[in-house]
Design a protein. Sequence first.
Length: 544
Amino acid sequence: MVRGRRLQKLNTPLYISLIVTTIVFSANYWQHVSSKKEIRQASLASQALVLAQRLDQVFADINFALIHQLEDPLLCSEDQRALSRQYLNKLPMVVEFRFSDFNNRWLCDSWGFYSSPIQHISAITNTKHHFLGPEIIPPHLSPMFRLSRKNQRGEEVSAIFHRTWLDNQIKYFHSTFGYLSLINSDSGIPILIKGHYSLPIQKTPVTPLNVPLNFEGRLDNGRSQFIYAEPLLTQPGISVIVSEENDVLYEGIYEIGFLWYGSAFGLFSILFLSASQLQKHATDPVRQLSLANSRHEFFNVYQPIVSSKDFSIQGVEVLMRWQHPMKGVMLPNTFIPIAEQSGLICELTRNQLTEMVKDLAPIVRRDPTFEVAVNICYSHLMDPKSIGALIRTREQIPGLVVEITENQMLAPDNFPLISALERIHNAGIKISIDDFGTGYCALSYLSQLPVDVLKADKSFIAALGKNSINSDILETILKLAHNLGIQALAEGVEQPEQARALTEMGFDLQQGWYHSYPLTIDRLLQKVERPEQFTLTQPKPWKM
Ligand code: C2E
Ligand code: CA
Ligand code: CA
């Protein structure tokens, strides 16, 4: 049972620490993973950027050469062809420049006039430069590309270069499933590919591509890939696009290193230890009692003590209750033992005495002999502050009685205890020995103590008429009290027969549910001052 409760106590810090560690760890882990992803994506994108920059540089240079050569009108003069040859030296990727009239007929190239004009296709409609290819341009046998530019009259100059030159620009890219490609920005049709070209499935269109694009998802080839695309600055109709399969691109980034395990374990340990400490602190019963005391959650109930002769109320026993904010009214067996062990009981009793004096003032004012029994323990007798408080209470309540259990009086040579009892007694406070008959107090010792009442334990009253041995002990207690010249009180009287039997036996006083349950002060005042209004509907004993 105890082990189970201990385990239960460990559970809350364990769960809290596990949950917090998991949340912190997951948040950090995903942040770590996404920043690594970004780094990998940026590193892939940089390959596209390198190509884009290189092509932009070359295309800008070619464009400059085209503008320079584009006379108006375009005469194919010797000077112009000489200029064109100079540019061929500067731009090794360009094989030749060709000059066309406004009917799309090539008339000459860098080297001379054609014997007859060559008809060609021109995609240019305006005066901006334009990219075309790949195409076969005789006499070249391999695919060629051209960059062309028209003047206002529609005449055109073109720089022609080999596809192999473009191929060489993307040679460096290596991937099993990815690709690096030059595409038509409007249609997505590849101009040049290294790898296995594929685009996102139709619902995520990539083209027309006007701005740089980041995409991660499933492609037409069925694979999950990351794509980065960027239109060329000098030739927005062409984009560089790079892609890599996610598994390859993100390989290893989801792995958790030893450092992660170490820091998660460290965080968990710190949280667990702190949470356990906090819980220990928050659920510490002594701390809870102390807090309850400072919040005035303790209150008194009063159980009448009646005369055996006519059952008239002679006094009350003060019993403590705890109005717990969550659990409701708590009975003393749940907190008095803890208060006694921790020493907090002295403070609780001092507050109890203050409340009691206020509560009972109307009754005591009318009847100063009204007896009020307070439960005390060994700690009170060893505490000068408590003794002082009792003596001061006696000044307000002349009929003050202290009840101390027989168990607490066991040591016959305990002189501090005896002298404390004598101090109290000398102050006019009566001393009652509670639960008498259960503590084996030596009779010789008892006779030395300043005792005024023997309070027979309720187990003997419960045994009345049922268990002859316990009934005999009850007789003995009664005789002992009367031989010592003190009062005999029977507690735990629940039945009318018990009450009658105790009267016949000669007990002086009685207390028990038959006579009254413990009452709140309002109910007690009603019972004592206006007994005719007192109803029998009383609170259940476990409540009050
Ligand atoms: P106790 O001093 O022997 O108090 C009598 C107990 O018997 C009370 O229980 C009372 O409610 C209960 N009782 C009264 N009549 C009957 C009856 O006819 N039948 C039965 N079965 N029980 C009856 P309660 O209030 O639960 O207190 C339990 C114990 O807690 C007390 O036993 C006493 O040792 C301690 N206690 C209660 N209040 C205080 C307090 O203010 N200070 C200290 N130090 N101890 C207290
Ligand atoms: Ca008592
Ligand atoms: Ca008792």
